[in-house]
Design a binder for this molecule. Structure first.
Ligand SMILES: [Zn+2]
Length: 292
């Protein structure tokens, strides 16, 4: 969800960003030389020029952001992001992801990424694709937006976009207490997509993705089921030495100054972000054998 910054807040953030930028660039350079540059994973939901809502960004704004990202970062896949977290990173990197599965993304945004050969992982909630129903939160808003069709997802996969799992029904996994419910959402959602599309689903993104929406049990089920990695969405940097199974993601804000502020590493955000902790079990030490 996004709130539009009021003009004075936007200009305050702009002033803060530009005032602190030289110091950040210097620290980022030092980190890169030491092989500890950040690996940042950002997420979008919907790119469209009509029916804008809190999780929509316009086509023009999306292009502006992609231009800035391409000019300033290594654009990498989630597999490469995990490799850099595991082995070290000498240039700040960004991975692009999308959540949910909105039909309009296929009109303009995803073709742009494909044409520029920018890696992307597209996390889909299987029930809505299979039934064609719109998301309940959109229907409740009076804007029943179309989910992707199976044909669209098959074309995306054929064009090199990675399709990922985002549960079966977009459940809040932090609220589910039984393993069978969690398995149904996490593994069942993957099976739906794998059977329908005939491809392997290897990464998973938690719906909502804030600390309260995660659970250690869900992490274990995803790892035991053979997922290569999982993504949260509460904001946070991934640094070499962190647990590469869990990629913390940052909201791809339609306000480009906020996105720039995040991705050039705001020291205030580094301090404030608390990494979600779950007990890693020795029997699923990351399944590195499954990584390509
Ligand atoms: Zn979602």
């Amino acid at each position: 969800m996004t709130t539009v910054l009021s003009p004075w807040k936007s200009s305050l953030l702009g002033a803060y960003y530009y005032a602190t930028l030289p110091g950040r660039l210097w620290s980022n350079e030092q980190a890169a030389r030491a092989g500890s540059a950040p690996v940042m994973v950002i997420y979008y939901h919907r790119v469209a020029d009509h029916t804008p809502n809190a999780w929509t960004i316009s086509n023009a704004q999306f292009r502006r952001e992609i231009n800035w990202l391409q000019a300033n970062f290594d654009m990498v896949s989630l597999d490469e992001a995990q490799r850099r977290v595991r082995e070290g990173n000498d240039k700040a990197a960004v991975s692009i992801t999308f959540d949910d599965g909105y039909a309009e993304n296929c009109e303009w945004a995803l073709p742009l990424l494909v044409s520029r050969r920018i890696p992307c992982t597209y996390f889909v909630t299987s029930h809505y694709v299979l039934t064609g129903q719109s998301f309940p939160h959109d229907a409740a808003d009076g804007t029943p937006l179309a989910p992707n069709t199976i044909e669209q997802l098959a074309s995306l996969a054929a064009a090199g976009i990675e399709i990922g799992g985002h549960t079966r029904t977009h459940a809040d996994l932090g609220k589910l207490t039984s393993d069978s419910q969690l398995r149904d959402e996490i593994v069942g959602g993957r099976e739906d997509l794998e059977q329908t599309l005939g491809i392997a689903i290897r990464h998973f993104a938690f719906p909502y993705g804030l600390h309260d929406n995660l659970s250690a049990a869900a992490f274990h089920i995803a790892a035991d089921a053979g997922f290569t990695g999982v993504c949260s969405a509460y904001g946070g940097y991934n640094l070499p030495g962190d647990d590469p199974f869990h990629l913390q993601r940052i909201h791809a804000d339609p306000e480009i100054v906020r996105l720039k502020n995040w991705l050039t590493v705001d020291p205030r955000k580094v301090r404030r972000t608390e990494r979600f902790q779950y007990q890693r079990r020795s029997d699923h030490t990351l399944r590195e054998d499954m990584a390509p």
